[in-house]
Design a protein around this ligand. Sequence first.
Ligand SMILES: Cc1ncc(COP(=O)(O)O)c(C=O)c1O
Ligand SMILES: N[C@@H](CCOP(=O)(O)O)C(=O)O
Length: 461
Amino acid sequence: MRYISTRGQAPELSFSEAMMTGLARDGGLYVPQEIPAMAAADIAALAGQPYEEIAFRVMLPFLGDTFTEAEFRGLLANAYGGFGHPARAPLVQLAPNHFLLELFHGPTLAFKDFAMQLIGQMMQAALAKSGERITIVGATSGDTGSAAMEAFRGLSNVDVFILYPHGRVSEVQRRQMTTPSEANVHAIAIDGDFDDAQARVKDMFNDMEFRDGVRLAGVNSINWARVLAQVVYYFSAAVSLGAPHRKVSFTVPTGNFGDIFAGYIARKMGLPIEKLVIATNQNDILDRAIKLGEYRTDGVKPSISPSMDIQVSSNFERVLFDAYGRDGAAVSALMGELREGGFTISQGALEMLREQFASGRCSEEETRDTIRSCFAETGEVLCPHSAVGVKVAAEHLGATPMITLATAHPAKFPDAVEAAMGTRPILPDRMADLFDRDERVTRLPNDLAALQAHIRERIAN
Ligand SMILES: Cc1ncc(COP(=O)(O)O)c(C=O)c1O
Ligand SMILES: N[C@@H](CCOP(=O)(O)O)C(=O)O
């Protein structure tokens, strides 16, 4: 299995090289040269298997010779053993044909743990073999950062720097990033929004001297391994509702397009997914792109679902690569236009996108209403991101079972949930002292040189 860049100019890599490389050296994102198909009988055989076994069978064809089968099984056991639910990703029924896939039972209470816990294991195994030391720099709108720190804290051969937008994450999210005491994890609050943070991380990857000097690695969904690990729960959820004999649909609260792109890969592997619905908050660039054919940024608007306050959706580049016939030059040109504000999607590409994705948008008021009504009707407490998904899913219900991804635990966003339904969700016991712990964070301007200087100085000490 080889991996190629969406911009067509970077070297082809193996799985482990792509995982350790992060952003391709031409600025693109790595994708598999081809997607391995899974036969219907093999999909059917996943039913009733433990989550780790499903992950093993779904991911193995993508890994090449990176790990032996026994090694990979060991990594999966370590990654998911600490999850707070035996099913890892349980399904809850909301209505006769509407289900919620709870992805928040990992250590930091968001779906990011599914990929980050595993990528932490896989990267450590790769580093143990190579003897290298790496510097991970990531951008977060709140959840990737804490998941990354949790996965890598305390390691002697990895430093982790997380850039988050100052004042634009929830207090629980901020404290999850600023209170770990391990010296190898560093929180940086930047004066800007998530798009600024993500752009600076990509700038660091595109600065070859810095990149090679600090041995830069990425754990955002820039990293193909992140996306791959997220493909698994589409399979586990679908087979538990009767796939491949029965089709299912998914609605995915979407920001950086990584999670829904994992669903698109699952469908390409052969999982019979009828609809894949993009659900956005008021940062609705992806909904506008599908409906109007215009991919144009109009500034990040802070919302009560802050993790989705994103305009430049990194992984949209991966699907554009397919939509434009895997033409790296065409994707490079589009990304150039995006730097100037946006582009019009060609008719052919738009048709492909509309075949693959439906979309919808949820306002702030609708998010609050959905938290309130979902609790009243089902007893399920939604985080604001999951509420965006549930509201948009309701517009796409039909004969096929709909699965909405519940991407975070409501207790990560207590103020928004309390404002909506009058009750404050409680953090699990193991986090009960989160508000008593000391915080450690550096505030920096949205400036590449200042960020690089800070990182260089910290890793030198
Ligand atoms: C809680 C939550 N929901 C949804 C999303 C959107 O996921 P993606 O960026 O993969 O589209 C994020 C951030 O990524 C998130 O943290
Ligand atoms: N919502 C995310 C944004 C970063 O997304 P990623 O999937 O590319 O890491 C977050 O919580 O940080």
